[in-house]
Design a protein. Structure first.
Length: 527
């Protein structure tokens, strides 16, 4: 069986020094899919780094319009092959074609590319600052080296290393990308990379602006992110792997942008249960079980009153969990990993209410699972009881009173989101505000009265947060132009002659619409 090539230095090339080959698995029945894919060795990565370094130099001459035109053409090229890409993603992940892949994730992928193009063309993202009296000027510019992106397994399209939000942000900011595709969906990645290469061939950008390999041994990944030629790296995945990469990169002085584990706490206050317990139960069940719980914004921790209302809410949720068909997990290791997380929770006092076991073949599935623990026990072991179980699992904390709910909020680690349900008549407002005050410094997105799974593609969205949900609290992986700031460097020009300045820092406004800070005033006028 043929081993597919890798996309390096502007062309499809046979992997040099591959350390092995992998095959994709259909998670729904555990069968191996057609095709073999190389596990790249040091030679592939060296070629990618050399080509990426050259592309970085070439991209310095690329105008924002050229970058924007490529991103828009790439989005259109992907749409031309939407059927094949969606079908491959369905086979390799068992995620439903409708609505998930075709009507939700694919349009999100192309929308991100187009939003990044608009931000690049507008140029306001670079925060051009001009002090005429001091003859100083500054802006955000490209990093000067390729951005290495590790794509996740749970979003084969919208977060793909060569088409997702990280890719769009890095390119729009003027950086080449070296993408590590996910080994769980290599054919999906091949089709995406092929579309990217076709768009590059029509572009004035260097051909090595986008490169992709499928997999490598862990030690080579550590070497890759620490290489002096790298500008930064982005990673979405497990805490263990992400922190190992972060340590290697930061030891070499390389910026690391991570999305790791997040339990996304949901607080349901007493009045909300009185007002609309049934609808909240339905919302929670839908949110927790969508895609078999394999969303980074899955509500993995629910805090409710430890009274009859909270107990009834948990009982109703358990009935819905038991009645719902368990979804398909993304990989063969997922059931064992979920079981290990549940075991860790149980060792510290959590009790299984429903589910709790892996299901037998065919395919990879786990019972829909709820656990419970008292607020007092949670406060005794808050770290252990925030162990993420990446799947259809959630832990209920039954807190004795309002003050105990606040104490639970105070002991939470960083999460992408934090949610509070309260009564619409205001009776819960005092408690809600005290809990929100604790959640605000611990989450990237604070939510009222809705579950956290939806991540709107908006310039106001923050998809980030405090550790361990993210590696840095000051950045977002979703939303343009803010997502571009991760892959930029501040540049200052001191007494540089005007004609030698970048266009954004010269007297005339290069677009007529770009916002610049001139002598302390944000304006669109010429300097």
């Amino acid at each position: 069986m043929i081993v597919h090539p890798v996309l390096l230095d502007g062309a499809w090339r046979t992997s040099e020094g591959a350390t092995g080959a992998l095959r994709a698995i259909d998670p729904s029945d555990g069968s191996a899919l057609e095709g073999r894919w190389p596990v790249s060795g040091a030679a592939d990565l060296e070629r990618a780094l050399e080509a990426g370094a050259r592309a970085s130099v070439g991209l310095r001459a690329a105008s924002p319009e050229t970058l924007a035109a490529f991103l828009e053409d790439y989005a259109a090229e992907l749409e031309s092959y939407a059927g094949a890409i969606v079908a491959a993603a369905r086979r390799e992940t068992a995620l439903p074609e409708e609505p998930r892949l075709k009507s939700v994730e694919f349009p999100r992928m192309t929308a991100q590319l187009r939003q990044a193009a608009a931000a690049a063309r507008d140029r306001s993202w670079c925060q051009a600052t001009i002090d005429r009296k001091a003859e100083l000027a500054s802006r955000r510019g490209a990093l000067g080296g390729p951005v290495v992106i590790f794509g996740p397994g749970n979003f084969p399209l919208a977060f793909h290393a060569l088409a997702g939000g990280d890719f769009a942000a890095a390119i729009a900011a003027g950086n080449p990308v070296i993408g590590k595709g996910h080994p769980g969906h290599p054919e999906t990645g091949r089709l995406i990379a092929a579309a990217c290469l076709r768009a590059l061939e029509r572009s004035a950008l260097p051909r090595a602006t986008a490169q992709m390999f499928y997999h490598c041994e862990p030690e080579l990944g550590l070497r890759l992110v620490a290489d002096p030629r790298v500008g930064a790296f982005a990673f979405t995945g497990s805490r263990r792997a992400g922190l190992a990469l972060k340590e290697a990169a930061e030891r070499a002085g390389k910026p690391a942008f991570l999305e790791l584990s997040s339990v996304n706490p949901v607080f349901v206050l007493p009045g909300a249960l009185v007002e609309r317990a049934e609808s909240i139960t339905q919302e929670f069940t839908t949110s927790c079980l969508v895609a078999a719980g394999q969303y980074c914004t899955n509500p993995g921790l629910v805090v409710v009153p430890g009274d009859a209302g909270g107990a009834a809410f948990l009982e109703a949720a358990a009935r819905r969990f038991g009645a719902a068909e368990p979804g398909v997990l993304l990989g063969a290791h997922a059931p064992a990993q979920i079981a290990a997380s549940i075991e860790a929770l149980a060792r510290h006092g959590a009790e299984v209410v429903c589910g709790g076991r892996a299901l037998p073949p065919p395919g990879f599935r786990f019972q829909n699972t709820l656990l419970r623990v008292s607020g007092a026990r949670f406060l005794e072991h808050p770290d252990a009881l925030q162990t993420e179980a990446f799947g259809p699992v959630s832990l209920f904390v039954l807190a004795a009173a309002g003050n105990e709910m606040i104490a639970v909020a105070r002991r939470l680690e960083g999460s992408l989101t934090g949610t509070i349900y309260s009564h619409r008549d205001g009776r819960d407002d005092a408690l809600r505000d005290r809990i929100a005050a604790e959640l605000r410094p611990r989450v990237g997105r604070l939510i009222d009265d809705r579950m956290p799974t939806g991540v709107t593609l908006s310039s106001a969205m923050v998809h980030g947060g405090r550790f361990p949900a993210a590696g840095h609290p000051g950045f977002t992986g979703v939303g343009f132009p803010a997502a571009m700031h991760r892959f930029s460097a501040l540049e200052c020009y001191d007494h540089v002659r005007p004609h030698r300045l970048p266009p954004e820092l010269r007297g005339p406004n290069p677009t007529g619409r770009m916002w610049r800070l001139i002598d302390g005033e944000w304006t669109q006028r010429d300097a």
